[in-house]
Design a protein around this ligand. Structure first.
Ligand SMILES: Cc1cc2nc3c(=O)[nH]c(=O)nc-3n(C[C@H](O)[C@H](O)[C@H](O)COP(=O)(O)OP(=O)(O)OC[C@H]3O[C@@H](n4cnc5c(N)ncnc54)[C@H](O)[C@@H]3O)c2cc1C
Length: 448
């Protein structure tokens, strides 16, 4: 279907100076001061096409955005129009076929509770507030990843409006190169309007968190990293140092306190899960929330912040975390740290195994992904947070084996996210579908 010339409006467009400009350009990271030329809110596929045509007529580039959970890598938005997909929120679930179809702005929170009631689980990540399309196009790692891989590779079809205004459906049979490129190559090829993906039968699983005082970080990280090699793909565990802010919105047992927390999700029985985690439980957690639960319990397990906040991050995929790095992490993230969170997620399993038919983000290297986050509520906090983030990056540097683009929140050398063959193929697909480089994914892929 060609819809470029259909004379429909663009939908709502907000420009600098409009009363709702500041609300429209806000993102999840309050430190990002987005200043595009305009922000369009198309209501359907046709308005998406009209917005793209308008942008091209005016020499503007188009950056699709849903929730604004990762706008940092876009850098300057001069000459760029943001196409905000927030009106595209359809959700349909085919429980028998284990398939879900959602509109471009749908957040995980609109899908996971309904799936859970149906005895199904999706490959979502730590935050129910993240958009499914952006998450899927960048890879998507969560609680079931070691068993089932990345969400990008659970995608079964995508619908997208191209630079020419064509609405196309891409799947393993139709436009297979584009289907491959979108699943890892991000928002560089067009505006995705809907995604379809597989979900997995799951009535309940053994999941929860063990909380230890932050002073025990070194001991707990040693125990956790020692345990990892023995764990099957059915269990995904994360170790997190978390300094809860002293805010009334934080539940009482956590408010203003600091912990090192081991969280895990196990696809199996309580008895087997307890056995796998016995070495950690033997260390005597102060709180232990592990229990059999429906999959919706995973939505809040990581306790991600529900509201936007001002923060900066650092991240690295590492192949090991030796004792000296653990000591350095414990020092940097310990009592009095400028950071709010330092998290380590167990990788490997299906994340490291290329499957036939996978997209451009077929696998991720490393046994652990590290993520440090510092909240910067006032400018004066900036130097201390950046110093701690830099110290973390330096500690990981000798063991770094790559980056996971969804976690990289600043402009980066995007070619380095892919092996040379994948990068060259992505650029060839870009040249085929967007030779004029109209679309700016947050991690930009230029045409070959
Ligand atoms: C609190 C928090 C928790 C997170 N947890 C996880 C996690 O557990 N696992 C994980 O893998 N990632 C996680 N992420 C990272 C997240 O997956 C990325 O930030 C992702 O890009 C967010 O997508 P979005 O649509 O919500 O954000 P947006 O900023 O709206 O979009 C990000 C990018 O996605 C692309 N995009 C979005 N919509 C479209 C579209 N319709 N068409 C074309 N391109 C589009 C664009 O390139 C856009 O710049 C987390 C991020 C945050 C802030």
């Amino acid at each position: 279907m060609t819809i470029t010339d259909i004379s429909r409006g663009l939908g709502r467009v907000v420009r600098p100076g409009d009363p709702d400009w500041d609300a429209a350009r806000g993102t999840f990271n309050l430190l990002i001061d987005q200043r595009p030329e305009a922000i369009a809110f198309p209501a359907d596929d046709r308005e998406v096409a009209a917005v793209i045509a308008y942008a091209r007529r005016h020499g503007l580039r188009v950056a699709a955005q849903a929730t604004g959970h990762n706008p940092g890598p876009l850098g300057s938005l001069a000459g760029t129009l943001i196409l905000n997909t927030s009106a595209l929120t359809e959700v349909s679930i085919d429980a028998d076929a284990h398939r879900v179809r959602v509109g471009a702005a749908t957040k995980w929170e609109k899908v996971t509770p309904r799936l859970s009631e149906l005895g199904l689980a999706a490959l979502h990540g730590s935050s129910p507030d993240v958009g499914i399309v952006g998450y899927s196009l960048g890879g998507g790692i969560g609680w079931l990843s070691r068993k089932y891989g990345m969400q990008a590779n659970a995608v079964t079809a995508l619908e997208m409006v191209t630079a020419e205004g064509h609405l196309i459906r891409t799947d393993p049979v139709h436009e297979p190169d584009l289907f491959w490129a979108l699943r890892g190559g991000g928002g560089n090829f067009g505006v995705v309007t809907a995604v379809e993906f597989a979900v997995y039968p799951l009535r309940e699983l053994y999941a929860g968190a063990m909380f230890f005082p932050v002073e025990r970080t070194s001991e707990i990280l040693h125990a956790w990293t020692d345990l990892l090699p023995s764990l099957p793909d059915e269990i995904t565990s994360w170790a997190t140092v978390l300094h809860f802010p002293p805010l009334p919105t934080v539940p009482e047992p956590f408010r203003g306190r600091s912990f090192v927390i081991v969280m895990a999700a196990f696809l199996g029985t309580e008895a087997d899960g307890r056995e796998l985690l016995r070495p950690l439980r033997g260390l005597g957690p102060e709180m232990d929330t592990f229990a059999m639960q429906p999959p919706v319990g995973l939505s809040e397990l990581a306790m991600d912040p529900p509201e936007p906040l001002p923060y900066w991050t650092t991240t690295a995929l590492v192949d090991e975390m030796p004792s000296a790095v653990i000591e350095e992490v414990a020092r940097i993230s310990g009592p009095g740290s400028a950071l709010t969170m330092v998290q380590f997620r167990h990788m490997g399993g299906a994340l490291a195994r290329p499957e036939p038919g996978a997209g451009a983000r077929a696998t991720l290297p490393g046994t652990i992904i590290a993520l440090g986050l510092g909240v910067i509520p006032v400018p004066e906090a900036h130097p201390a947070v950046m110093a701690d983030l830099d110290a973390l990056s330096a500690a990981f540097a000798p063991y770094r084996v790559g980056d996971y683009p969804n976690f990289v929140e600043e402009p980066a050398d995007v070619g380095a996210f892919f092996d040379p063959e994948t990068w060259n193929r992505l650029r060839r697909v870009k040249a085929l579908y967007d030779p004029e480089d109209v679309f700016r994914g947050n991690h930009h892929i230029p045409p070959a």
